[in-house]
Design a protein around this ligand. Structure first.
Ligand code: GLN
Length: 201
């Protein structure tokens, strides 16, 4: 079974470790460069992207993470993890650093005050049944580059207001990201997709 790390600086680390465990992967909490070096894939959890980036710098993981991503490490980012994987951020704090790798522009805290946090079900490319999606002060994807596959969008329905049609899940080569939290709510299918991606690479 592949060793799949979860970046364990801040955020909902335990939830991801648990889902990976139930899928038969070998999960590993990653806080040091030596741990990062031993993983076949990595999850960057939800939490607070600015805090996670600062801690990654303090723990001297920022450059090692960037170089493993450049070397083709499969990485799955959820929510704050999506922000960290994005090449470009809108509404970030001044000087907010990312790991980058995904040719996308994300808008932080995009859903606005009324729908700050909400749950819905979404169609998801490659999955037969809709995914239960939990959004918590989530980003959306404002724009994608040519090599990026869109996996899921908010339904393009006037009732969804400014969120209608927005991209909330993407893949580019070995990198995957969702605006929402598939680690919350007991549906392992999106993680399964990532575990398969790790096995293929
Ligand atoms: N709003 C957070 C950020 O900007 C992300 C929230 C989350 O991961 N649930 O980093």
């Amino acid at each position: 079974a592949p060793v799949i790390g979860v970046l364990a600086l801040q955020g909902d680390v335990r939830e991801h470790l648990h889902v990976l465990e139930t899928l038969g992967a070998r999960p590993l909490a990653v806080r040091r460069e030596s741990e990062l070096a031993s993983v076949d894939g990595l999850v960057v959890p939800g939490g607070e992207s600015t805090t996670m980036a600062k801690l990654a710098r303090i723990f001297e993981l920022l450059e090692p993470l960037r170089s493993r991503i450049a070397g083709g490490l499969p990485v799955f980012g959820t929510c704050a993890g999506m922000i960290l994987l994005a090449d470009r951020i809108e509404d970030g704090v001044v000087g907010q650093e990312t790991l980058g790798g995904l040719d996308i522009t994300v808008r932080r805290n995009a859903f606005g005050r009324q729908v700050d946090s909400f749950e819905t079900s979404l169609e998801f490319a490659g999955l037969a049944e809709r995914v239960h999606a939990v959004f918590i002060r989530a980003p959306w994807v404002e724009a994608v580059g040519d090599g990026v596959e869109v996996l899921s969008r908010v339904p393009d329905d006037a009732a969804n207001g400014p969120a209608a049609g927005r991209i909330v899940a993407v893949r580019q080569g070995p990198l995957m990201a969702t605006s929402f939290h598939p680690e919350v709510g007991g549906d392992g299918r999106v993680h399964r997709m990532f575990v398969d991606l790790v096995k293929q690479s």
